[in-house]
Design a protein around this ligand. Structure first.
Ligand SMILES: [Zn+2]
Length: 469
């Protein structure tokens, strides 16, 4: 270490999860928003600010790879909305969000405005996935990746006919999916299919499947695991046949998981995401309409299968599928209530508490699903997702001895509620640091538009192979 260097910040006395080395008793030195050095505690260095983190654990800031923004969840249209949701991220130790933009408009027109809005309001760094719904958008995928820095693309397999109308999205078919996968394979990008066979759902609905059952069981009965598993199998087969990278979002059931694991044996570029709620809740959870989500909450056996897969490293990423819609939209009956709920603020605490502390899954395994793994898959490595010299100083400083009870008042998202209300979580996010600046300090928000757009020209296999770096 150069003796004359003056660092901006020293995190002193903590236990640090160092990339490739596990937990180490080192101090973290930050300069210019990056991790400048790791040093032995007690080493004499000149730092403008020293923050004591004794007894605390310093993790890479979490990356939430599955986020929806905007009250209509198509794209962020309002600075206050963006500020609130990214503040929820900061409160939960999340330093990067990857948000879905979902519109039939050309992204060349939408994207610059959204980037500008978020650069003046977001409190954490951000990138995007685009939902591809028109031929024009499909044709622009190579340009979206190279010119706009967006290289992962959602496809709603369930948006047949009028199913996507509520989001203003046109219907599609498997031919479109096939071309999407071919285009992704040729451009070093990745497809994120939402896998549900809606034609089976329509029939189950007509046959009044789930009639007489409690709301969340009824929702699961009309969109059962086979609907998800069949669609995952179809998408994964086509991904293999075209050589495309596929990222299976929000895998919710054991049946879907098994299909994907089998598909991965033939085509290794099939990646699996689940969400915290599929690990912690099921259709018997007492959430009422607040628990409505697609795919539905399943059964206890599915939950256990997902935890086992996470522990074994079969699950690549845990993303929150954060939806910021206000709780007043979660009313009526199970058929009319809006789907989805907020999850940004609880993603990391729930994984640390329920995965690591209560189930004993090793800390690095749990943390990997929200840091290094998404960073590698989405082309953010080595800048994001790891504590290493030269990486961005994105850090979540957590207390793994503390416990905290989730309540509505402490939720920062405009949604105004959490499905974890009343849960006692065995950890606390003490500080969240984004490129060297505190966004959350001693349990308080430090608002400020510090977020920057992260261009990602490659995702999936091309990103893992380091293409373009
Ligand atoms: Zn989603």
């Amino acid at each position: 270490m150069r003796g004359v260097e003056r660092f901006d910040l020293r995190l002193a006395g903590g236990t640090v999860l160092v990339g490739g080395a596990g937990l180490c008793a080192v101090d973290v030195l930050v300069t210019g928003g990056r991790i400048a050095a790791l040093c032995e505690p007690g080493t004499a260095v000149d730092a403008a600010e020293v923050v004591e983190v004794r007894g605390l654990t310093v993790l890479p800031g979490a990356i939430d790879a599955h986020v929806h923004l905007g009250q209509d969840i198509t794209y962020p249209r309002d600075d206050e909305d963006t500020a609130a949701e990214t503040a929820a991220a900061a409160a939960g130790g999340v330093t990067t969000v990857l948000a879905y933009l979902m519109t039939p408009e050309p992204y060349d027109e939408v994207h610059p405005g959204v980037v500008a809005r978020m650069e003046r309001s977001a409190q954490v760094d951000f990138g995007f996935h685009f939902c591809i719904v028109t031929e024009e958008q499909l044709g622009r995928i190579p340009g979206y990746a190279e010119e706009l820095g967006v290289s992962s693309f959602k496809f709603f397999m369930n948006f047949r006919g009028e199913e996507g109308r509520y989001l203003g999205l046109p219907g599609n078919d498997d031919g479109f999916l096939y071309d999407l996968l071919r285009t992704a394979a040729a451009s070093g990008t990745m497809i994120d299919p939402h896998a549900e066979n809606i034609e089976i759902v329509w029939r189950l609905r007509q046959q009044a499947a789930g009639a007489g059952q409690p709301p969340l069981q009824a929702w699961n009965a009309v969109r059962p695991p086979l609907v998800e598993a069949e669609a995952e199998q179809r998408a994964a087969y086509l991904a293999g046949a075209t050589g495309a990278s596929m990222y299976a979002v929000h895998v919710s059931s054991q049946a879907a998981l098994e299909v994907l694991v089998a598909a991965r044996r033939r085509h290794r570029h099939v990646f699996v995401e689940t969400c915290p709620h599929y690990l912690t809740h099921d259709a018997d959870s007492p959430l009422g309409l607040r628990g409505k989500v697609n795919p539905p909450l399943r059964q206890a056996a599915d939950r256990e299968a997902l935890w086992a897969a996470l522990a074994e490293g079969v699950i690549d990423v845990v993303g929150s599928d954060h939806v910021p819609r206000h709780h007043s939209k979660k009313t009526g009956d199970i058929w009319s209530a809006s789907a989805g709920f907020p999850g940004l603020q609880t993603l990391l605490p729930v994984l640390l508490s329920e995965g690591h502390r209560r189930r004993g899954i090793p800390l690095d395994r749990v943390v990997d699903t929200v840091t290094a793994r998404p960073a590698r898959l989405f082309g953010l490595h080595p800048r994001k997702g790891t504590v290493a010299v030269g990486a961005d100083a994105d850090l979540a400083v957590v207390d793994l001895q503390a416990s905290s009870v989730v309540d509505a008042d402490s939720q920062v998202s405009a949604a105004g509620y959490s499905i974890y209300e009343g849960w006692e979580l065995g950890c606390k996010v003490v500080h969240t640091i984004v490129r060297g600046a505190f966004a959350w300090r001693d349990g308080q928000l430090l608002p400020g538009a510090r977020g920057r757009f992260l261009p990602r020209p490659h995702s999936g296999a091309a990103a893992l192979a380091g293409v373009g770096r």
